[in-house]
Design a binder for this molecule. Structure first.
Ligand code: ZN
Ligand code: ZN
Length: 407
């Protein structure tokens, strides 16, 4: 787990954040701020010498989270934790190695002096290069999806002097450079753009201090019972509903309820879904009118369980008893954004399709559009080491939630 040095935006005190932390409480002035970003977080490693002004920061992608791939027959799952250079400069090491774990990181912001190079490849390119070469027995995965909110960029410093590149941390010579490359590097000076913001964690509707875990990507207001995600521009309300139960000791787990348009497949109603996935249910005529939606965990768990829980929740959906707003009782934090969950729907579809043969044929042409996303809080009972859904249709090991926090 990395640590990020950060000055409190309110009192200026030096503080330290965990890599996955989104809700920051200053230990000195007690201000509570929600950290948001437009796309992904950008960090840099502090150069040791000669100084920030001289440093050229070269980008590395850092990917940490779940990965899924579909090979035309089954969906493979895995965990990813890699860094890889995001430029085509040959002399740079291909990964950061242990640097990001042993050295402190800082957020990149426009006030930081130094030159930040742009990336020339996407995180998706990195995944394909870090894949092991497939042997003859293993079919080449036809599609890979990476999810997990830890796509970030780390800038590592170098210096260029007298046509030579130096490591900005070890101060060691890296390589001699042709004059043209050297000039290009020195000429590539550009400032960092503002992409992140610290928002006071006050409910935009009622001004109440909102709740969340350090890793929460959605904050909740206990006063007006609303939920809020955020971009750099500010908070955005997240529609939520829950299954009301008169019972004590319930833990409400959050799920993303997503309605989609899917090009290439008829999956509009719940009856369509029963047919497509061949669920063992006799189709009720009302289901032809009942809109189909996906229910996926809004929290991190291991990817295999994520697929299983998504299928189970989507299959056993009940909407008639839902109530709008937030339930009373303990709420498990939302740690996986809806955007990330949406990316996995193709894999859930491939996983559950009744006809594997047809799926392989149509898969490349299937296109998903997200029509609507909201949160559904579902009640679970703790029983021994398990959390059991109120209607007993699903159980999750409590440890799976604990370990999920490290994904
Ligand atoms: Zn402070
Ligand atoms: Zn409120």
């Amino acid at each position: 787990m990395w640590r990020i040095d950060n000055q409190c935006p309110q009192c200026g005190a030096d503080t330290c954040l965990e890599e996955t932390q989104r809700l920051f409480t200053c230990p000195f002035c007690r201000v509570k701020l929600f950290i948001t970003v437009d796309d992904y977080f950008r960090y840099f490693l502090t150069p040791s010498a000669p100084g920030m002004e001289e440093a050229i920061f070269v980008p590395y992608w850092r990917l940490k989270g779940m990965s899924f791939s579909y090979d035309g027959a089954i969906v493979h799952t895995g965990l990813v934790d890699v860094s890889h250079k995001a430029t085509n400069l040959e002399f740079l090491p291909s990964s950061l190695g242990l640097r990001s774990q042993t050295l402190r990181l800082r957020f990149v912001s426009p006030e930081i002096r130094g030159s930040f190079m742009e990336s020339t490849c996407s995180p998706g390119d990195i995944l394909s290069t870090t894949e092991k070469a497939p042997d003859a027995e293993t079919p080449q995965p036809s599609e890979k999806t990476f999810i997990g909110e830890s796509v970030s960029m780390i800038f590592s410093p170098i210096f260029v002097k007298d046509n030579t590149a130096y490591d900005g941390i070890l101060r060691e010579k890296m390589t001699a450079l042709p004059e043209a490359v050297s000039e290009e590097l020195i000429g590539s000076r550009g400032n960092a753009e503002a992409t992140m913001a610290f928002l006071p964690s006050l409910c935009p509707d009622c001004g109440w201090d909102m709740d969340g875990d350090p890793e929460s990507v959605v904050l909740t207001c206990r006063n007006c019972r609303s939920a809020w995600g955020a971009s750099r521009k500010g908070f955005e309300k997240v529609p939520c509903s829950f299954l009301p139960l008169e019972d004590d000791g319930l833990l409400y787990l959050p799920f993303w309820r997503m309605e989609t348009d899917i090009k290439g497949i008829q999956l509009d109603s719940y009856a369509d879904a029963v047919r497509f996935f061949n669920w063992p249910k006799a189709i009720n005529r009302e289901w032809e009118e009942l809109p189909f939606y996906w229910l996926t965990p809004a929290f991190k768990i291991n990817p295999e369980l994520y697929l299983r829980v998504s299928q189970r929740m989507t299959f056993q959906q009940i909407i008639s008893f839902m109530k709008n707003g937030l339930p009373e009782g303990s709420l498990y934090p939302v740690t996986l954004p809806s955007k990330e969950s949406f990316e996995t729907l193709r894999m859930i579809l491939a996983c559950g399709a009744a006809s594997k043969k047809d799926m392989a044929l149509i898969f490349p042409s299937i296109r998903f559009t997200l029509r609507h996303a909201g949160l559904v809080y579902w009640p679970f009972h703790a029983s021994g080491t398990e959390l059991i859904r109120s209607d007993r249709h699903l159980s999750i090991q409590a440890n799976a939630l604990k370990w999920g926090k490290y994904i």
